[in-house]
Design a protein around this ligand. Structure first.
Ligand SMILES: [Zn+2]
Length: 72
C-alpha cells in the first residue's frame, strides 16, 4: 500500500511517483492524479491541491473510502 502525498490516504494500490516519474495514480480519497493535476498547463503543487481540496470541504473522490484519520 502507498500513501497519498496530498491527503495522507494510506491505501493506494499503486505509488503516485516512482523513480521520479508520475504514475497517473488517482487517489480515491482526494482525487489527486499524479502526472495530471501536477502537470497540466497550470499545474497544482501538492500543497495547492491540498488547500483547494480542504477548501471544498475535503470531498471524498470515491464513496468506497473513508477519510484518513486526523484529517478534518
Ligand atoms: Zn489523496
Amino acid at each position: 500500500m502507498y500513501i497519498c502525498v496530498v491527503c495522507g490516504y494510506d491505501q493506494l494500490d499503486y505509488p503516485q511517483y516512482e523513480d521520479g516519474f508520475a504514475m497517473q495514480t488517482i487517489c480515491p480519497c482526494c482525487g489527486f492524479q499524479s502526472g495530471f493535476d501536477d502537470a497540466s498547463l497550470e499545474p497544482f503543487t501538492i500543497e495547492e491541491y491540498r488547500v483547494k481540496w480542504i477548501k471544498l470541504g475535503s470531498p471524498l473522490f470515491s464513496s468506497s473510502v473513508s477519510k484518513p484519520k486526523g484529517l478534518n
